[in-house]
Design a binder for this molecule. Structure first.
Ligand SMILES: *[C@@H]1O[C@H](CO)[C@@H](O)[C@H](O)[C@H]1NC(C)=O
Ligand SMILES: *[C@@H]1O[C@H](CO)[C@@H](O)[C@H](O)[C@H]1NC(C)=O
Ligand SMILES: *[C@@H]1O[C@H](CO)[C@@H](O)[C@H](O)[C@H]1NC(C)=O
Length: 484
């Protein structure tokens, strides 16, 4: 016999389930994490890896999920999760004397990089290592290294007339990437040294960068690179999708650092600005999305309009992660239906129309022994082996006989996000992106937290409201039956 009330409930719940859709399994996440560990070698890749690991595995030390400053000791349930983050900090701090030719005083956390900003991305890991007393155990001077890094930014790097710190060491050139690499470090530095001047500086840098990079002629997408002389890395006035993602994600980290810190009430206007600037990027980016729900490498260059254009799952993942994060931090759900569409496209099974011949799905490339990015324009450095991270993974290696991600259109069998821009040459499609792997973990972290909080805001779309109507209907049906 059919019970109309339970049939009604089952239908409504099925509709709710359809809203959340597919996600990555724990073993998928382990596989993605292993690929990230193998591929993150350059300064910003290590900084981004550290941030992703904090967000996903050590929430007690992520600015998004803890009161600041964080605990001064690492709880036992976080020791192994945070170990790779401390390892990144230790490798940088112990390697900097050799990398910087025994320089004293202001210097970057990793040397030999033409970028003034990228090495600072490791700064948050170094600050947490200092704050939790890692130096007492391993003899490294984390506080001194962090101080030298911030003084390098303040005193050794060229600035615009109005004070924007250059992304490059040898000339003034502003890159959207900077917003993720530097301001979160400045803000956290202010928190752990009880000096809000650095938090104000984080905000000021973002505001200046936005002034230079926001393109009001292109519906508020951010340009990628401006102000360079042309003698070094050429400027790139295109609206690089990853750059828009770096900017949104960096602003969110600073917003969360302010909000969760002891200085929250002194920076309430700044938090409002940052929130509106994050949303501005979301609105600009989602206006460019085509029916594949994957962004192109330059958001406003459709694949059909430009032979050099291609789809990029890395920036797509980063942008999606910032929408869930924004909902959690700021309680604004405007773009959640867009993020849900994008997430479902990223985790869809089968094949995808976005895949190109550069990284065919069937291919199962052996982990490359040489990840040297030295041919790329992003960094002109080659790295000595002393700067390579030691192997610290706590995740199991994937078994060679299983391919847990094999069914997913946007992952290769061994766990690389695809298709992706070459992270070392931003105009070209690549095959393996360390930052792309980190973005997957960041999406996983923010999506999981959003689901745990009740998936608030998914119903800005249509299916959930149908489900709600049905549930209400079910409830009414239930009361009618009770009277019968
Ligand atoms: C670790 O334990 C503390 C205290 O019991 C708890 O509040 C925290 O959520 C735990 N963290 C993780 C990552 O499980
Ligand atoms: C290092 O940590 C100590 C607390 O142990 C803190 O007082 C100090 O401000 C920190 N220094 C830096 C540069 O983060
Ligand atoms: C806070 O930081 C600023 C910028 O580096 C510095 O000028 C100022 O002296 C610091 N304030 C304190 C109390 O240390």
């Amino acid at each position: 016999m059919i019970n109309p009330r339970s049939t009604c409930l089952a239908l409504a719940l099925t509709l709710f389930h359809g809203v959340t859709g597919q996600s990555l399994s724990a073993s998928d996440v382990d596989t993605v994490t292993s690929r990230l560990q193998e591929s993150a070698l350059l300064s910003w890749e290590l900084g981004t890896r550290a941030q992703a690991l904090l967000e996903l595995n050590a929430p007690d030390f992520s600015v998004f999920t803890t009161k600041l400053p964080p605990a001064t000791t690492v709880p036992s349930n976080t020791t192994s999760a945070i170990a790779p983050v401390f390892s990144i900090a230790k490798n940088a701090v112990s390697g900097r004397a050799a990398a910087n030719k025994n320089a004293a005083g202001p210097q970057p956390l990793m040397g030999g990089d033409g970028s003034a900003a990228d090495p600072a991305s490791i700064g948050v890991a170094v600050l947490i290592a200092n704050w939790t007393g890692q130096g007492a155990a391993d003899g490294q001077d984390y506080a001194g290294a962090a101080r030298d890094q911030i003084n390098f930014l303040y005193s050794s790097v060229p600035r615009t007339m109005d004070g924007a710190i250059s992304h490059r060491t040898n000339e003034i050139q502003l890159w959207s990437d900077f917003v993720y690499m530097v301001p979160p470090f400045l803000a956290m530095y202010g928190v752990v040294t009880s000096n809000s001047t650095h938090i104000a500086e984080a905000y000021k840098q973002i505001k200046l960068y936005r002034n230079y990079l926001l393109d009001t002629n292109s519906k508020n997408l951010w340009k990628h690179i401006v102000m360079g002389s042309g003698n070094n890395v050429p400027n790139d006035e295109g609206h690089w999708s990853t750059g828009n993602g770096w900017a949104a994600a960096g602003m969110l980290r600073v917003l969360a650092t302010m909000k969760n810190s002891q200085y929250s009430s002194s920076f309430s206007n700044e938090q409002k600005d940052l929130a509106s600037w994050v949303k501005e990027i979301h609105t600009a980016m989602f206006a460019t999305l085509d029916s594949t729900n994957i962004f192109t490498n330059y958001a406003d260059k459709p694949v059909n309009g430009d032979p050099k254009s291609f789809y990029d799952a890395a920036s797509t993942t980063l942008i999606a992660s910032t929408v869930y994060r924004f909902a959690l931090v700021w309680n604004d759900h405007t773009h959640l239906p867009n993020a849900e569409k994008v997430r479902k496209a990223l985790y869809a099974s089968g094949t995808s129309p976005t895949l190109s011949s550069v990284a065919p799905k069937a291919e199962n490339p052996a982990p490359s022994s040489s990840n040297s990015p030295s041919s790329g324009v992003r960094s002109s450095s080659t790295r000595s082996s002393s700067n390579l991270p030691s192997s610290t993974s706590t995740s199991p290696s994937p078994s060679s006989t299983t391919a847990p991600l094999a069914d997913l259109a946007h992952f290769t069998n061994d766990g690389w996000l695809t298709p992706v821009v070459n992270p070392h040459s931003f105009g070209q499609e690549g095959q393996k992106s360390a930052e792309g792997q980190a973005f997957v973990l960041e999406l996983q972290a923010s999506y999981k937290e959003w689901v745990a909080g009740g998936s608030v805001g998914a119903n800005a779309g249509n299916r959930p409201s149908v489900a709600w109507a049905l549930l209400t209907g079910c409830a009414m049906l239930g009361s009618l039956m009770a009277f019968a």
